[in-house]
Write a new protein. Structure first.
Length: 67
């Protein structure tokens, strides 16, 4: 199962979803779905913007957990 660590990363960096949306241009609904781990599809461009702004690698944002 693929897990999104956006909520953990934003908490560590003390950034909220509204600020991330404002700074990256990524839709708030998309960010909320990632934050709550309910997203099933996300544009690669959005992932790139999030990772660039947060200065992280894709592997830090998404983790593959074995069942």
């Amino acid at each position: 199962m693929l897990k999104c660590r956006l909520s953990i990363i934003l908490g560590e960096k003390k950034i909220n979803v509204a600020e991330l949306s404002r700074e990256t241009g990524v839709n708030k609904n998309t960010l909320h779905r990632l934050y709550n781990e309910t997203a099933t599809r996300v544009e690669l461009d959005a992932i790139a913007k999030i990772c660039t702004y947060l200065d992280i690698e894709v592997g830090e944002l998404f983790v593959l957990e074995k069942r």
